[in-house]
Design a protein around this ligand. Sequence first.
Ligand code: ARG
Ligand code: ZN
Length: 852
Amino acid sequence: QAVFLSDYTPPAYLVDRVSLVFRLDPAATRVLSRIEFRPNPAAAPGQPLRLDGEKLRLIRAAVAGTALEDGVCAHSETGLTIPADRLPDGPFLWEAEVEIDPAGNTALEGLYMSNGMYCTQCEAEGFRKITYYPDRPDVMAPFDVRIESDQPVLLSNGNRGAAGDGFAEWSDPWPKPAYLFALVAGDLRAVKDRFTTKSGREVELGIYVRPGDEGKCDYALDALKRSMKWDEDVYGREYDLAIFNIVAVDDFNMGAMENKGLNIFNSKYVLASPDTATDGDYENVEGIIAHEYFHNWTGNRITCRDWFQLCLKEGLTVFRDQQFSSDMRSAPVKRIGDVLALRARQFREDNGPLAHPVRPSSYIEINNFYTATVYEKGAEVIGMLKRLVGDAGYARALDLYFRRHDGDAATIEDWLKVFEDATDRDLTQFGRWYTQAGTPRLHVTEDFKDGCYTLHIKQETPPTPGQPAKAPQVIPIAVGLLNPNGDEVVPTTVLEMTEAEQSFTFENLAARPVPSILRDFSAPVILERTTSTEERAFLLAHDTDPFNKWEAGRALAKDVLARMVTDNAAPGPAYLDALERVARDDGLDPAFRALALRLPSEDDMAQTLFDAGVTPDPLAIHAAREKLMLAMAEHLSAILPDLYEAMNIPGPYAPDARAAGCRALRQTALGLLSRLDHGKAAAKQYRDADNMTEQLGALGALLTIGAGQEEVGRFYRQWEHDRLVIDKWFALQTSHAAPHRAAETAQALTRHKDFDWKNPNRFRSVIGALAMNAAGFHDPSGASYELVADWLIRLDPVNPQTTARMTTMFETWRRYDADRQDLMRDALRRIARTPELSRDTTEMVGRILGDD
Ligand code: ARG
Ligand code: ZN
């Protein structure tokens, strides 16, 4: 049942126009479709008509006005086939009426209900659960939609048509694949605004939310307008309809969806107010609003030929939203955050059983490939391309891309060809970034003689499932050199590595320099180079590249932690002194200082130790990290209270990056301070907080030191009525529970009356949050593994997509000791043996276990 990229064939029939009528009813919605087909001149003639369709009750169907009697079509679980001899030679009209059950649709794919409102999620293959259709992205058509319902708000893609009592019509002139179809109906309130495009087109903007949430839309609306302007200014892309709507939905499997003119969002990425959303939430809202909006050009106007090309739209759109956020906020801080996320999720994936290329070559369930590799590594690949061809080359290539491929369902080959044509480069070897899985390792040695400094670099990518041997890739390595006084003697230069082994020489140097390698994280690789604590401290103090400055501190922290875990060593003064200099350096952006003072996560340390040949013990890592935090607190004790006060910005809460950075540093100080004052400052902050960032931060600091039980109760009573805030309440308790009590805590929370496990956000806030508690998840009793497996087995028949995604909690099982491996394997096998396990989860568990 696997699908292969190499099996691609063009569709036998194209669609000229789609017209849909929805008669909404919770358990028995009727969908009437009229689809104008035409044989594809690029395909073999005389083929049968294949229509995808799942969970549909077919009421009637007709071809060219003639009803199809029973038995004419070959019916299956996955669709219909109409024999060629029942089809006219030229274009023809297909008509059908089907019945579907939105209220019974708990998988949240297709047309479903969330809190009494109707909504849809069609990417990747959900449209086939709405009506019979060639549900593939290379079939594009304009859609006309009529919705009949007594719900007050009726929305679909495109521009408004006629509307009246109990109905509304919508018309989307831009040809689109079915995965971009959307429909919403419900008792919703709109917050409206307008935007004038650079050529003077007026666009009506609307954010639709449940009654009561109108006050939480301002930030999303503002982010939308900034995104629209930015895409005009930076990419020359203008919006192309008279209306752009966003709807917030509480039950949603993913973050959001870029349906043409009608984006549908998980409400947690739209709704924000100072008292309910944290700085992190605001940042996510801004980034995801931008992401979905940017898809209008990179995804919708130019879509993917097939789902193997998913990174064509996702990698590029992530890259664009990252650019946007770094323009809106601090570029270095954004870059560090993106790399932290890349390493935490993508490196973890790339170095485990789920490793796959940015463009996979086969899949069983495409929903399982909306991964950090396709998205985030896909974005890194574009960043490398841009670095290699330069800003001007990139701009030319993108202009050509939009000109050449507007209206197309394109491929990665098309994408690379645009760069080749615009910049006169041969990108054949660069193309390996799309086809080879795994994180390349760069092994670096150096020598210095007669003023010549040489870097010898070896690249190697370890085997990944199905790819035992790798060919060398093109790796842009940004390097700068500092002299021993700390001055930069060679500014950032991009070395272009193409061979398995290569040397690069810098001449005319007065003294042996200190290299700053892989500046700005110029490639998604792992740098392996033996260096000293002194050199790292030197770079932390002097590097002009903010990313590598941070990276040097990071490496120091990892060294210290690793030695604490393996040799029970005490943290040395070199690291603590370096930290103190950072903490005291008022010339540094507070957000940067907060990042530099933050220790690597326990999961990150587990991977680091594993890479160094040590079997990680999650409890020992947790203990060492706590111990180091206490040592930091003691070492910084003289400055913490002042730092905590200095970062207290007066005035009402504002979500901008500068203020958020101050709060982040203040929170770091509070976390350390709590270890010295038994939570006094945190308890006070909890009482005084007038925004969620500080309220939740205080509660987290209290829970970390084993206090805060009273506040947990108060928090619940204060926020009982707010789903998104209660999600945080669940997640915080699970992620901050003491390791030996994590499973028990999570289990108790699953018995709470508000644990609405069919809601993906709520499910993740307890079961998923266990992964944030690494030592608790890996408790040697195996209690957490068991709990997670029990719940995944329960969720699978209800919501396969979310279940499958969450099996990745187990993807690192091979890192650990034999006992833990056995326990995790047992949990995975128990999931695998579940009768009628979904295709989604079956594929994931099989890949994680490594049986083919
Ligand atoms: N295209 C959406 C986005 O990145 C994600 C949709 C994911 N849907 C899914 N079924 N995997 O913005
Ligand atoms: Zn996307």
